[in-house]
Design a protein around this ligand. Structure first.
Ligand code: HEM
Length: 155
């Protein structure tokens, strides 16, 4: 849950403009926040990949396999977009800190940052709808996705 609140905090305190980084304290805080967030996020990703296999059932059914690959791709894209928000934020901060306050590199970093933010909104919305769909299906996937609010799987 800590990671989710961290991400929500990151989204809530968003900046509107590169010039706000003129405030050195703010720039420093943003850099520390994004670095810690990225490290914890990547560590969690590695841990989950290593210890928790997917809860989706294995099946020889072609269409079930396709759905599973699709779900896996959306999941990975979601992780990638969130990591990219923090990484591009660090690029913006790094450029600003070292004196490149405007120009092509800064424009690219800001554009990547914004695309990653909007991409993550779309993917997270898709992820939440999929969780709700599985709750309806009562196939046990919801319990793996939301461990604190249990539904009883259908017998
Ligand atoms: C996990 C960390 C971060 C999150 C979740 C985050 C989130 C956001 C969000 C939601 C926006 C608004 C996008 C929009 O509506 O256009 C934004 C914009 C921005 N962020 Fe971040 N950010 C993070 C890290 C950073 C860092 C480390 C820096 C630089 C030190 C930074 C610099 C900026 C700037 C300059 C903008 C405004 C871009 C513009 O000119 O439109 N962000 N960020």
């Amino acid at each position: 849950m800590g990671l989710y609140s961290g991400f929500a905090y990151g989204l809530a305190k968003q900046l509107d403009d590169v010039e706000e980084l003129e405030d050195f304290g703010l720039l420093q805080n943003e850099m520390i926040f994004a670095s810690v967030f990225l490290i914890v996020f990547l560590a969690r990703f590695a841990y989950m990949r290593g210890t928790r296999p997917t809860a989706l059932p294995s099946s020889t059914d072609q269409s079930a396999q396709r759905t599973k690959h699709w779900a896996c791709a959306v999941h990975l894209a979601m992780y990638a977009s969130v990591a990219l928000i923090a990484a591009s934020g660090l690029c913006i901060g790094g450029l600003y800190w070292t004196g490149t306050k405007t120009g092509l590199a800064m424009d690219i970093a800001v554009t990547v940052h914004e695309i990653a933010v909007y991409g993550s909104y779309v993917l997270i919305a898709g992820h939440v709808s999929a969780a709700l769909w599985h709750r309806n299906q009562r196939d046990g996937i919801w319990n793996a996705m939301v461990p604190i609010w249990r539904e009883t799987p259908r017998k």
